[in-house]
Design a protein around this ligand. Structure first.
Ligand SMILES: [Cu+2]
Length: 305
């Protein structure tokens, strides 16, 4: 499994970073193993002290990645988790990666020192290069932090809204809200959340889990098509696309978060004005087979602020 280092130029040295991280972790693991060996035999609980799983040897189910960036250990750093505040549909698995050189961190539910801190999830100590993953199944807002550095904090919003089309189910971190005409519409409030993940699940379409599938996703409004792009996923996985509202000129696409195998979210940045939009999803091809029978669904989306 290989995490893609998208969008942020500081992560461009992907291969080297992976190599260094793997080597450094192997050395660290050996040292800790040697140091703990006498205790492990005395008390097996020591084997659980939080050597978090290593990407190379563990299967990552995660589709959405939150990064603990270099320098996160510093209280002066403005953001300790990237992204710091996310809005995702229920059922989404998040993987947090510790990419802070030489630093250990935790991902722990709740507010620091609150009575329920760590009750829902707690990664334990994560060395650099380790990741922790958790699947959010219940709608709500979740705060989390690092036990070792309580100024490190983030928020996950789990949305329960979904729309079912003829071929696809579209779930999202957004909510259904009544518009002025009293019609319930999936509404993305960009003041509340500057980013929202959409999950497209094919319904009743047989796709082998290892076959690459290409979808076309179009965003349009009354002025016509604003954005159109093809996205590839491995057949067994949903297509996940995050819309990010910022001052980007035009649209900027990056992802997927996880490249091997492709299970990660894609991201579309744009300057979304308030208004009504249409999201059109079309199945383009399964493996080498072009789909000519127009497997397409349209979903409504309102963007508000
Ligand atoms: Cu920390």
């Amino acid at each position: 499994m290989e995490k893609a280092y998208f969008s942020l130029n500081i992560y461009n040295k992907k291969i080297m970073a992976t190599y260094i991280r793997t080597t450094a972790f192997a050395a660290l693991f050996m040292l800790i193993t040697i140091a703990l060996t006498p205790f492990v035999y005395l008390n097996s609980a020591f084997s659980q002290i939080g050597l978090a799983p290593v990407p190379a040897t563990q299967k990552v189910l995660a589709t959405y990645i939150i990064d603990i960036p270099a320098g996160a250990v510093s209280a002066n750093k403005s953001i300790h988790f990237i992204p710091e505040k996310v809005s995702i549909p229920f059922g989404t698995t998040i993987a947090w990666f510790n990419d802070d050189p030489g630093q250990v961190h935790t991902v722990t539910s709740g507010l620091p020192n609150s009575p329920n801190a760590g009750k829902l999830f707690n990664s334990g100590v994560m060395p650099e290069g380790a990741f922790y993953q958790y699947t959010f199944d219940i709608v709500g807002d979740y705060r989390y932090h690092c036990i070792l550095h309580p100024y490190m904090a983030g928020t996950v919003h789990i949305g329960g809204a979904y729309d079912i089309g003829r071929y696809f189910k579209m779930a999202s971190g957004a909510n259904h809200v009544l518009d002025n005409a009293g019609i319930s519409k999936l509404t993305l409030n960009k003041t509340q959340f500057d980013r929202t993940l959409f999950d497209f699940k094919p319904l009743n379409i047989a796709i082998d889990s290892t076959t690459p599938v290409i979808y076309n996703l179009k965003i349009s409004n009354d002025n016509g098509t604003l954005f159109s792009n093809n996205f590839q996923v491995l057949g067994g996985n949903d297509l996940q696309v995050e819309l990010i509202s910022n001052n980007t000129n035009g649209f900027n696409v990056y992802g997927p978060d996880v490249t091997d195998p492709i299970t990660g979210a894609y991201h579309v940045e744009g300057n979304f004005a308030d208004g009504n939009y249409k999201i059109t999803l079309q199945l383009v091809s399964i493996g080498s087979q072009q789909q000519t029978n127009n497997i397409t669904d349209e979903f409504g989306l309102r963007i508000a602020s």
